[in-house]
Ligand binder design. Structure first.
Ligand code: SAM
Length: 185
């Protein structure tokens, strides 16, 4: 099935989980990855890989020795990712982002350099939002970055509880337009 059709039909079945009718635009993907220093990044984690729009761009830019972990809860999209992304640097995990620490321990990964999220945070419970943000803060290297995009405005208040260095960028060329948050400790 065509990528966009798969995305849209999965959204129709699980609107809250998917959170968007179309995959991210190339403008948004570029904005999300602008702050990533791919030369030095060894461990990159992606939350909510969907049909792999961001994953494929990470793989184009990442070094041969990098390791990329992708979390995707939707079984249909997880199966699509497993079928369509064949790269030994990638591990695709059918689990929620909130369990990141458990998976890093299992895989013997101490700390990560970047976490890139396209999770529909506005549809997650307060507890889940906070768990994902706090667990990510714990797993990031001192110079690591948590990069997120969101459609709702007051998301910053959740991030400020865990990150002191936050910058934002508005991306108009996406459906819908959104804000990218780049968070450091
Ligand atoms: C807005 S889509 C983004 C898809 C893709 N990254 C893109 O940019 O086109 C959000 C994705 O997050 C996944 N998702 C939702 N909650 C999740 C969670 N707690 N952990 C991991 N993935 C989740 C959904 O199944 C969906 O594929």
């Amino acid at each position: 099935m065509d990528e966009k059709l798969l995305f849209f039909s999965t959204f129709l079945k699980n609107p809250k989980e998917i959170g968007s009718v179309v995959p991210s635009s190339k403008f948004l993907v570029n904005e999300l990855l602008k702050c990533v220093d791919f030369k030095s990044a060894k461990y990159i984690v992606e939350y909510g890989s969907g049909t792999g729009r961001i994953t494929r761009e990470i793989l184009k830019r990442a070094s041969p020795g990098a390791r990329i972990l992708c979390f995707e809860t939707n079984k249909r999209l997880y199966n699509y990712l497993k079928r369509s992304i064949k790269d030994k640097r990638v591990t695709i995990i059918n689990d929620s982002a909130e369990n990141i620490i458990r998976h890093l321990k299992r895989l013997g990964i101490p700390k990560i350099d970047y976490a890139i999220s396209s999770l529909p945070f506005s549809n997650l419970s307060y507890k889940k939002k906070i768990t994902i943000i706090s667990e990510t803060e714990k797993t990031l290297n001192r110079d690591g970055r948590f990069v997120i995009y969101q459609y709702f405005k007051d998301f910053r208040k959740y991030l400020y509880e865990y990150f002191s260095n936050i910058s934002t960028k508005f991306v108009a060329l996406n459906i819908p337009p959104c804000v990218v948050y780049i968070c450091g400790k």
